[in-house]
Ligand binder design. Sequence first.
Ligand SMILES: Nc1ncnc2c1ncn2[C@@H]1O[C@H](COP(=O)(O)OP(=O)(O)O)[C@@H](O)[C@H]1O
Ligand SMILES: [Mg+2]
Length: 377
Amino acid sequence: MAQGVDDLSLLRTIVGALPFASRVTVDIDSLLSGGVVSVVGKGTYHQDGVSTPVAIKHTKSDIALNDKFSPLESRNILKFAASSQQVDAQILTHFQHHAHIKVPEVVAYFERERVTILRDFTHDGYELFQDVIVRGLTASDVSLFATIGTTLAYLRSEMAHMHHVKGVENKELQIEERTDELRVSLYDGRMRYYNQVHSQLLDRARSTFTWTDGHPKNMAVNKAGNVIMFDFGRSIPCDPEYPVANFLGQIYLFGLTGSVAPKEVVRFTETLLDAYRKTYTQLASTPTNLHEQNLVWYISAELAHRGKTMRWIDPKLVKIDETRAKLAVDHFIDHVFNKLHPITTLIDFEHAFLQIAEHLHDKDDTYLRPSISSLSS
Ligand SMILES: Nc1ncnc2c1ncn2[C@@H]1O[C@H](COP(=O)(O)OP(=O)(O)O)[C@@H](O)[C@H]1O
Ligand SMILES: [Mg+2]
């Protein structure tokens, strides 16, 4: 709580000193999110008698890390977080009037002070996608996954040509951060799989400028099925097929933590992939299939990244015993990267996921690590 009060006063001080035109005033009422790195306030922007509800985002310069951060994450944050707001603002600005990619409206941006003032999307009927997942997804939410698939395809295509924006993060370091838990899991004679994931993600021939942070806390949705995406500051050149897996990895995780019904996870995945393929094929004017082995291995990397420790995962999304969920993640990773016969297709991946999820959610407390043979019978 003390942190919240401090963040609010910090934001008010920073915004109070911004070089606004004389007819502009900004009130900050409360904090939307405050943390180690960035602080986002909720308020109103007044200009010439017009009041706009806004979210005000500022990235701190003085970052005091805590032990929620992994060592690699800490290095990235200390080095790059402050300058990443410039990347975020440039990308948001680029997509202001795009027909297929919806982002929050940028009301004002101050580069030196690292403050972006955005129209508050909650006033336009949008809700953070993660909050929708916490409340519970229903069958009709499948259309959101189609929209996310379509939007990710447009983003891939647009960002590949966004040469005026330079990412600031070191791509090797970020990919290491995002695959570190997988490395640890496979550091037992299966490093060849890890090395493949790592080299594919950074493969120069495939790389284009890519959004690597597309998770349900960086998306908002409305009742009409529209999706807004934001928080682009960490974008780097890497495999442009990564974002689909980056997003789906979290949905699979929520399937294991009891927040999304496992069968729905599979249906949502297929809907998203179908929409993505169709849209990207159209945009690239040539039939485009995702590299299936990369897809399931990247999803696994994200599952390991978020699920082995559950850092940054809202406890409201973990509806079963956390240790059980972590064990299921470990077990799933082991199964995907079987020493002799790794899973390389989506259908096998989904099959293994459904079997593990089924074991996990039956109430038999003896479940810890069902043997691989019992799962593939
Ligand atoms: N335009 C907006 N309207 C309403 N809430 C917003 C807006 N932008 C950000 N937020 C809220 O602030 C949070 C953090 O913003 P984000 O840009 O994702 O920064 P961070 O880098 O801290 O994750 C979001 O998850 C969302 O809850
Ligand atoms: Mg965010």
